[in-house]
Design a protein around this ligand. Structure first.
Ligand code: KDG
Ligand code: MG
Length: 402
């Protein structure tokens, strides 16, 4: 099953996506997501210049060898651009193998360990009443787990809060926009916010919250303690992920469960956090951590340490990634939960897919391969538009983690 063509398709059906499409000599096609939010064209260049020429003529069934070739063979290892490019190839190869064998990818991965994958919704509001309404809407839509984010009194704009009722999309301008951050009002606000959600929605709903890398280890330790009574499902990215030792301090001071990993690209980035049991959930995504092959390696390692999965599933991962994540979710032993931010109707039209949502869970379906197609004609009508993630500053101008 030789690869005879590798096309990189960039489209913007409401937001940018990069897709790798591999074609074999038998006319089969496989898709992989290569979207790196705000850095799309860097991955396109890496694929065009350094990956595509090595794929032509290669046996598409040699998935592990291709992964090793692109990773170890490259000398310059790791990093989001490289690992996203490798991920796209890997996803496309699994898709091809599924189509060639007539099997959905989850069956190639050992088959289902569960009937479907539980997902969590995003609920946000500029203030508490708006947030409480958003949580109600999520529950009415069937979700049993909700990520809650709200505006913070005293801070003009807050991460994770949509501006005008439209779905939240942080990549909002070609040159990065700037937002202002202040930690003390946030630390005062968060326990009040969670108290209000518990008061309105009771004890059973699973609540998650994303700190988005903004605290020092000691601030995070205090916050973890302050919110223990609200029994979070997880507190996400409390500390910048480079500072892995910081998580040891946090761990010693709170039993609030911790989720980390959406910015990690390899197993080596999370080896210490998992091996020392400093986190409860690993959030590496199929697109930014080297594809299905490498995500599974991370999750099997995590299983040894009772760390469960919580795959990143923001809208900047394409439907191809969502499908790939779901095939992994239903087939690994240590699945925790899957993030779901629904794509727009236009994105779904460009990427018709077999996966479905019902009763707070998603299912990858039983179509051969990943179960996602790409409508190239429609994609071509929505060309790339540069869009960057914001940059954060403190009130005095100091740059702060966004
Ligand atoms: O591109 C950045 C987004 O994917 C990120 O801000 C979303 O933190 C995020 C999440 O938890 O979905
Ligand atoms: Mg996050």
């Amino acid at each position: 099953m030789k690869i005879i063509d590798a096309a990189v398709i960039v489209t913007c059906p409401d937001r940018n996506f990069v897709t790798l499409k591999l074609t074999t000599e038998d006319g089969l096609t496989g898709l992989g997501d290569a979207t790196l939010n705000g850095r799309e064209m860097a991955v396109v260049a890496y694929l065009h210049e350094h990956v595509v020429p090595t794929l032509l003529g290669r046996d598409a069934t040699r998935i592990e060898d291709t992964w090793q070739y692109l990773y170890k063979g490259a000398y310059w290892r790791r990093g989001p651009v490289t690992m996203t490019a490798i991920a796209a190839v890997d996803m496309a190869l699994w898709d091809l193998l599924g189509k060639a064998t007539g099997l959905p990818v989850h069956r190639l991965l050992g088959g289902r360990c569960r009937t479907s994958a539980r997902v969590y919704a995003h609920a946000s509001g500029r203030d508490l009443p708006e947030l409480l309404d958003a949580v109600t809407a999520a529950r009415e839509a069937g979700y049993t787990a909700v990520r809650v984010q709200s505006g913070i009194p005293g801070i003009p704009s807050t991460y994770g809060v949509s501006k005008d009722g439209t779905p939240y999309e942080p990549a909002d301008s070609a040159v990065p926009s700037e937002s202002v951050w202040s930690t003390p009002p946030y630390l005062r606000h968060l326990p009040r916010m969670l108290a209000a959600v518990r008061e309105a929605h009771g004890e059973e709903l699973d609540l998650l919250h994303d700190v988005h890398h903004r605290l020092t280890p000691n601030e995070a330790a205090r916050l973890g303690r302050d919110v223990e009574e609200f029994r979070l499902f997880w507190l996400e990215d409390p500390v910048p992920s480079e500072l892995q030792e910081g998580y040891r301090h946090l761990r010693h001071h709170t039993t609030t469960p911790i989720a980390v990993g959406e910015v990690f690209n390899t197993i080596w980035d999370c080896q210490q956090l998992i091996g020392e049991q400093l986190i409860d959930f690993i959030r590496t995504s199929v697109t930014h951590a080297g594809g299905i092959t490498h995500l599974r390696r991370i999750l099997f390692f995590a299983d040894l340490y009772a760390v469960r999965s919580g795959s990143h599933g923001a809208t900047d991962l394409s439907p191809v990634a969502m499908a790939a994540a779901l095939h992994v979710d239903v087939s690994v032993p240590n699945f925790g939960i899957q993030e779901r931010m629904p794509h727009t109707a236009l994105t779904d039209a460009v990427f018709p897919h077999a996966y479905t949502f019902a009763d707070g869970t998603m299912d990858p379906g039983e179509q051969p391969g990943l179960g996602v197609e790409l409508d190239e004609e429609l994609a071509a009508r929505h060309p790339y538009r540069p869009a960057s993630l914001p940059v954060n500053r403190l009130a005095d101008g100091t740059v702060h983690s966004w």
